[in-house]
Design a protein around this ligand. Structure first.
Ligand code: ZN
Length: 140
């Protein structure tokens, strides 16, 4: 992460040390999806609950590198409360952002923008992407 700016690193480390919405719940109405990234050891599960077309709750659990875990933490805060199509659109835009593709720049990325830094490190793109890919599976 040496090339990521200081501020970006601080946000990632803050979420890594204090993960938001961590731990899965055993309740009705939740869908979950798990994705592993063997090349890095990341193993992340995302759980979401949709009600009346709104993402009412998003949980995350698992282990992995700081980028993957921080990305999962940021995701839960960002997508909670969005309607499903908005959340899917946001996840797609984020995946394009980190992959170095063109993306919808009109969106308010907030803290999720820090992961733009991984586009310079192809091996880390997967780390920053798998929580968002897992989330999309939970709302399909
Ligand atoms: Zn990783």
């Amino acid at each position: 992460m040496a090339d990521l700016s200081h501020m970006y690193r601080e946000i990632i480390m803050e979420h890594y040390k204090h993960p938001r919405n961590k731990g899965l719940v055993d309740e009705e109405g939740y869908n979950k999806h798990r994705i592993k990234n063997p090349s890095c050891g990341d193993d992340i599960t995302i759980q979401s609950k949709v009600e009346d077309g709104i993402v009412k709750d998003v949980r995350q659990d698992g282990s992995g590198c700081s980028i993957c875990c921080a990305s999962a933490s940021v995701l839960t805060e960002k997508l909670k409360g969005m309607d499903v199509s908005e959340a899917k659109h946001f996840a797609d835009a984020y995946l394009d952002l980190v992959a170095g593709n063109s993306y919808d720049e009109s969106l308010d990325f907030g803290e999720s923008k820090v992961f733009e830094g991984v586009r310079k490190f192809p091996s880390r793109i997967k780390c920053a992407s798998i929580p968002w890919k897992a989330f999309k599976k939970t709302i399909e």
